[in-house]
Design a protein around this ligand. Structure first.
Ligand SMILES: [Zn+2]
Length: 226
């Protein structure tokens, strides 16, 4: 998604997240009435966790993103995927060369294909990510496919990303297009962290794609073991 001028939305989001955390940790008074029963959620099949390869660009030997920032992106992605039976395994982390830290062109993005690790969702974390359609803009993240080999696809996450950007890009990687519904994970309009979610049909799509990925990766692993 594109970053907006200024970071007011992000500040508001951070404040709301803090408020949400405070609410969640508050103990209900003993006399508080029971909360209304939540609508029963239809049971979903739980899939094995998806392997995730996290390659973080380094500048002067220092990762462009802090451990805390990465942990928050991963935690938000897991929080939003989990209700749909899709889970992320603890990431396999590695360093990415400094020449990938600032991506300006489509060719820069394509060059990352040489750095793909097999058998995992691939996430590259970079310092800056130029919008290739409108070079006046920076992007927070993108799901990029190699035109000469569409099987090669990966998520690129900029350190300008807001906490739910990884979830959004993984939503693309797991088969979903954008949504016009505000506060859907796949919408550009996300302003209320309490409401941000994937809907049931997006969840079903993600489970189906995740199942295919798991089967493909298992086949790869079997072939490699022979
Ligand atoms: Zn998108």
């Amino acid at each position: 998604m594109r970053s907006r001028p200024g970071s007011r939305a992000r500040v508001a989001l951070a404040a709301a997240l803090v408020a949400l955390a405070a609410t969640a940790s508050a103990q209900p008074a003993p006399s508080a009435p029971a909360p209304p029963a939540a609508a029963p959620r239809p049971a979903v099949s739980e899939l094995a966790p998806l392997a995730l390869d996290l390659a973080v660009a380094e500048l002067d030997g220092v990762p462009v993103a802090s451990d805390a920032w990465l942990a928050e992106e991963l935690a938000q992605a897991e929080r939003l995927l989990a209700p749909h039976g899709v889970h992320l395994a603890p990431p396999r982390r590695r360093a990415l060369a400094a020449r990938f830290a600032r991506l300006e062109t489509a060719a820069d993005r394509d060059a990352l294909a040489a750095e793909l690790a097999p058998g995992a969702l691939q996430v590259f974390v970079v310092r800056t990510l130029r919008d290739v359609d409108d070079p006046r803009l920076e992007r927070q993240g993108v799901r990029w496919r190699l035109l000469r080999d569409l099987r090669k696809s990966y998520v690129i996450l900029s350190t300008a990303a807001m906490p739910t950007t990884l979830a959004h890009e993984l939503g693309h990687a797991l088969g979903n297009p954008h949504s016009p519904v505000p506060n859907n994970v796949m919408s550009y309009e996300r302003d209320d962290p309490a409401l941000i979610a994937f809907d049931a049909s997006q969840g079903a799509k993600m489970r189906a794609v995740a199942r295919q990925l798991l089967a493909t990766w298992q086949a790869l692993a079997r072939a490699a073991a022979r």
